[in-house]
Design a protein around this ligand. Structure first.
Ligand SMILES: *[C@@H]1O[C@H](CO)[C@@H](O)[C@H](O)[C@H]1NC(C)=O
Ligand SMILES: *[C@@H]1O[C@H](CO)[C@@H](O)[C@H](O)[C@H]1NC(C)=O
Ligand SMILES: [Ca+2]
Ligand SMILES: [Zn+2]
Length: 604
């Protein structure tokens, strides 16, 4: 966490320097991949890389003073925003165009564009938040272009439209064309005619940017969204944290045809290549609420989960979570070849026809959930139940940690022993299985603060309610569980708690060492501690033997680190395991504790 913040600050400073330094030469901007999107366009497969300058972002806690702090209430939002940017970036007010803004919950948000000769920049923007007359946040991709094109076009708008129609295989839709500046990756700003091009048959709809001096198509904005879901984002645990509208959350590297196609059949409901979410019968899915894969079923948590809208929401949320988790795991190595759950495998190995079936609000039980993992090639079966501790009852389908816990049984059972679904059968290994499931739910819902983690709090009524005996925590006061506590119990969840808490602490150790990356779930190349953790998690499952023990599961983590990171985290891992009695002399079978680490890991 510490190192990530440092990194972030230095990036910000570098960007601000580039912005305010006037004549001084600067290196060409090194654009991270997130500033690019490659579009494949039209019938000719034309490829265009759209560039968006990196956005610097600063937050200021309770806020900082700004030029109109003292007169904020008499100033318009536009005046305050323009004055702040003018002061902060040291640029002329004529280069700043206020676009829009609003005030909500005592916070005012202003959205601004860069401008030159009265013409706005399309991809150079800023946003400012004011609270209590102070600035609390500032984001900016403003640039100081090295070259800027003349503001009078030398190519006609008609010629620009013809170029765009040809390249994008569509028709100009008569929405008035406009002139805008566009910043390119080389630091220059071109003048562009912006025209909208549509093709209803091919379902394409673009804003095309045609250089108003050279006549070339330089960039596009793609308006077509593949799908929209109103759900609880996978990074949140409880419905009380707020549902959100997510547009195109699928990761194409993991689900190449999106979430609603297996290459043969395309769907418009909560069934797809990775999962089908249904109620009572496999065919009883939730349809899109509007065309083009919009799934918008807002919750009403004041009425029973079994009311129609809430049933829909349960299916949509589990459909989304299983897909999102499928995609993240895929990037970290749970693929067709390593026996994952998909109907079509696109020729990439493994057995197909085994997408996950999620039975939502299943009537077979209450106050629980489960997941059955048959061998690769047969569908995984998740059953989610209603919880009866509250009035109205609560639906486990809406509590993401429970859904992720269950799906992780599929991960651990398929990766251990090579897809048989038969290698977590002993009491100890089933206990470890519960531990992986809790630890995975914990991983998805952490941010850089790595707080103590409670499982199943909301379905039990919220507050400090916890399905487990203790929160997961590095503190031995909050969570005293140690390796020796495995002795004498055959309760798999109690055994799992020991393992999950060890992994919680491994996660903290890795993030302390390597920082936290909030994009890790879609970025397996990240070197941050949370990404390292997930790699080791999956790698170790693949390495460990059939029916592992704490001792062999520990050895698999250490080997996974040797394989992937050359043992860079070996002593860190030993240190965490030893801290709770799973040191190098710990004994399997009778659970005798030991706090030793290998000699080369002994601190000086
Ligand atoms: C089905 O969906 C895929 C992926 O979005 C798309 O490429 C394909 O054209 C669609 N097929 C039909 C018949 O609509
Ligand atoms: C645990 O097992 C080990 C190895 O078999 C043995 O040496 C040790 O005495 C045992 N400890 C206890 C407390 O039973
Ligand atoms: Ca499979
Ligand atoms: Zn479980």
């Amino acid at each position: 966490m510490v190192s990530f913040n440092k990194f972030f600050t230095s990036v910000y400073l570098a960007v601000v320097y580039a912005t305010v330094a006037s004549a001084a030469p600067r290196p060409s901007p090194v654009a991270p991949p997130s500033t690019h999107r490659v579009h494949e366009l039209g019938k000719r497969g034309l490829k265009l890389v759209a560039f968006n300058p990196p956005s610097a972002f600063e937050t200021f806690g309770t806020g900082i003073e700004h030029p109109t702090s003292d007169s904020f209430t008499e100033s318009t939002l536009e005046e305050s925003a323009v004055a702040f940017i003018q002061d902060r970036l040291n640029i002329d007010t004529s280069d700043i165009a206020y676009r829009t803004g609003y005030t909500e919950d005592e916070t005012s948000h202003a959205y601004v564009q860069q401008k030159h000769d009265g013409i706005a920049f399309s991809n150079s923007v800023a946003n400012i938040a004011f609270k209590n007359n102070k600035v609390v946040a500032f984001g900016s991709s403003f640039v100081k272009p090295e070259q800027i094109a003349k503001s009078t076009p030398s190519v006609s708008v008609e010629a620009a439209i013809a170029t765009a129609e040809e390249a994008l295989d569509g028709k100009f839709n008569d929405v008035e064309a406009k002139l805008e500046y566009v910043v390119l990756e080389d630091g220059s700003a071109i003048l562009a005619h912006v025209v909208q091009i549509q093709n209803d048959e091919a379902e394409t709809f673009y804003a095309a940017y045609v250089d108003a001096h050279s006549g070339e198509l330089t960039s596009v904005v793609d308006f077509v969204a593949e799908a929209t879901y109103y759900v609880l984002p996978v990074t949140k645990e409880y419905p009380t944290e707020g549902f959100e509208t997510l547009v195109d959350p699928q990761i194409l590297a993991a689900s190449p045809l999106g979430w609603h196609s297996d290459g043969v059949t395309n769907t418009t409901d909560t069934s797809g290549n990775n999962v089908v979410s249904y109620k009572s019968a496999l065919t009883s899915t939730t349809p899109q609420s509007a065309p083009d894969l919009v799934f918008n079923y807002p919750p009403d948590l004041t009425v029973a989960p079994t009311t129609v809208g809430n049933v829909h929401l349960g299916r949509v949320n589990t459909f989304y979570i299983v897909n999102a988790v499928h995609d993240t795991w895929y990037l970290y190595g749970f693929t067709e070849a390593s026996y994952n759950f998909q109907n079509a495998n696109f020729g990439k190995g493994g057995n197909g026809n085994d997408r996950v079936r999620v039975s939502t609000q299943d009537s077979g039980g209450t106050n629980n959930a489960n997941f059955a993992t048959p061998p690769d090639g047969q569908p995984g079966q998740m059953r989610m139940y209603l919880w009866t501790r509250t009035t109205p009852q609560r639906d486990g389908d809406l509590e993401n940690d429970i859904v992720i816990h269950e799906f992780t049984h599929g991960l651990s059972n398929r990766l251990t022993g090579g897809g048989t679904g038969s290698c977590l059968q002993t009491t100890e290994s089933r206990g470890l299985g519960e531990g992986w499931s809790d630890a995975m739910a914990d991983w998805f819902q952490q941010d850089e603060n790595l707080e103590d983690f409670i499982l199943g709090g909301w379905v039990l009524g919220g507050g400090t309610n916890n399905i487990r005996r203790y929160p997961y925590s590095p503190s031995s006061t909050v969570n005293p569980l140690r390796y020796r506590d495995v002795a004498g119990t055959t309760l798999v969840h109690n055994i799992g708690e020991v393992w999950a808490n060890l992994l919680h602490n491994v996660h903290i150790g890795l993030v302390d060492a390597h920082g936290f990356d909030p994009t890790a779930s879609s970025n397996p190349d990240s070197t941050a501690g949370n990404a390292v953790f997930l790699h080791l998690f999956l790698d170790a499952l693949k390495l460990q033997p059939c029916n592992p023990t704490f001792v062999t599961a520990r050895a698999a983590w250490i080997q996974a680190d040797a394989n992937r990171y050359g043992g860079a985290n070996r002593c860190l891992l030993w240190g965490v395991f030893a801290s709770r009695g799973l040191g190098s002399g710990a004994v399997s079978g009778n659970y005798t504790e030991n706090s030793a680490v290998p000699d080369d890991c002994v601190a000086e």
